[in-house]
Design a protein around this ligand. Structure first.
Ligand code: RNT
Ligand code: ZN
Length: 413
């Protein structure tokens, strides 16, 4: 089928594909820098901690800021549209050996990133890093050790300043996401204590003066981590309650729930009770494994809940996965394109008609329509969307990855 035929097909469902293409072209996704170096960062030689794990040893990992930036450029050059980048505090760039610990980070340590983003007209989102650090061997913001707890509170405060700097320099908001790995391997004697400490730490962090239009703080909950199987301080109820009570934005990572719970089901509820919400889009396989985002059923279902509820401007969409077993640049492009495909698939579905079928109890027709649309010519609209954004819709981008691997990645040794 050609685009014009596909256009006609969708017209018969009342969908204007040109308008859809325009709408999708305006969606910015936040691309996480940490896919490029297995969540390594530049501020320490500590190995990755916090109950998260990259697996694989594919050659070509970025070892320096220059390499990481080059890889991100390569990835972004193969994704249609204009996007944002998402940094972690551990990606600070220290010039002339001017290393600073996490409680002393300053905007100047991110000046190179601002330069990078400015040249490419991109926004930056940000994350304090509460892991891979000697003071993160136990609890962080929920610690009962005052030295440790205040160190991490100070880290978060530094990050607010840096986020404000990003927003001011780049003229767009900066999302600042707080995720801590705090938890326990075995059954805790005291569950309430650490949560009370975390509450106190968050209160202290939010007492900082900052421009709430520019810095959008989000709170990310989790169910468990490796070595932290029995107890997570920052659980879903904890952050939901804190966020609701204090007018803070919640962030849902779809790898952070029990396997039969779906973030797609949570999105509409959250939209009813929050002005804005944020997502970490990932793919959990058996556990929070952070596999590359595919164009699979749950990914489509999450996109549907955003598009169908007309909430594209109320949901901050960030990718979050790290796969070291395949070409890392390819992993970025695959995930970015797949989230766009999921949004496209949702935009090409006549939700109003389908809602009517649901409201009228016509569940047979609803099922048949849904199944019919699964083989609709979405690929032709995808190709046209790519074309209009100066990209190829097929697999040609992968040839560029192969060439980049040969010319650049494999030469890294
Ligand atoms: C960990 C969380 C968190 C991290 C990043 C690196 O389970 O998902 O968002 O993946 O901050
Ligand atoms: Zn996450």
């Amino acid at each position: 089928m050609s685009y014009s035929e596909a256009k006609k097909y969708y017209e018969s469902f009342g969908i204007d594909t040109d308008a859809v293409i325009k709408k999708l072209s305006d969606v910015s996704i936040s691309m996480h820098c940490w896919q490029g170096d297995d969540v390594g960062g530049f501020d320490s030689k500590e190995s990755l901690s916090g109950g998260i794990q990259t697996t694989g040893n594919y050659p070509g990992k970025a070892r320096t800021p220059e390499e990481l930036m080059a890889d991100m450029d390569k990835a972004l050059s193969l994704v249609p549209g204009n996007h944002r980048i998402n940094l972690h505090a551990c990606y600070a760039i220290f010039e002339d050996g001017q290393w600073a610990d996490r409680n002393e980070l300053e905007p100047k340590h991110f000046a190179k990133w601002v330069e990078y983003a400015k040249e490419r007209n991109m926004g930056i989102d940000f994350n304090p890093t509460f892991f891979s650090h000697p003071k993160a061997s136990g609890l962080t913001l929920s610690s009962s050790n005052e030295d440790i707890r205040s160190f991490w509170v100070q880290h978060a405060k530094c990050c607010i300043k840096i986020a404000e700097y990003f927003a001011n320099e780049l003229n767009t908001f900066c999302t600042l996401n707080i995720w801590i790995p705090d938890g326990m391997k075995d059954i805790p004697a005291d569950r309430l204590g650490p949560r009370a400490q975390l509450k106190k730490s968050l209160d202290e962090i939010f007492a900082t003066e900052f421009d709430k239009e520019k810095v959008l703080i989000t709170l990310e909950s989790k169910v468990f981590g490796i070595g932290l199987e029995s107890y997570t301080v920052g659980s879903a109820e904890f952050y939901l309650s804190y966020a609701t009570k204090n007018g803070i934005m919640p962030l849902m990572d779809n790898g952070h729930y029990h396997p039969t719970e779906y973030v797609s089901d949570k999105i509409p509820t959250m939209l009813l009770f929050n002005d804005k919400i944020a997502l970490h889009i990932t793919r959990p396989v058996r556990w929070d494994s952070d596999h590359v985002v595919l164009f699979d059923d749950e990914t489509k279902e999450m996109a549907k809940e955003i598009v169908k509820n007309d909430a594209l401007d109320r949901v901050i969409m960030a990718l979050d996965y790290f796969d070291a077993s395949i070409n890392r640049v390819s992993a970025w492009v695959t995930g970015m394109r797949n989230w766009q495909k999921a949004l496209l698939s949702a935009m090409l579905t006549p939700w109003n008609e389908m809602k009517k079928l649901q409201d009228n109890g016509d569940f047979s027709r609803l099922m048949v329509s849904g199944e019919e649309l699964k083989t609709a010519p979405m690929g032709d609209v995808w190709n046209e969307f790519c074309l209009r954004n100066n990209q190829d819709g097929g697999m040609k981008w992968f040839d560029e990855i192969v060439a980049y691997e040969k010319d650049v990645l494999l030469k890294r040794g």
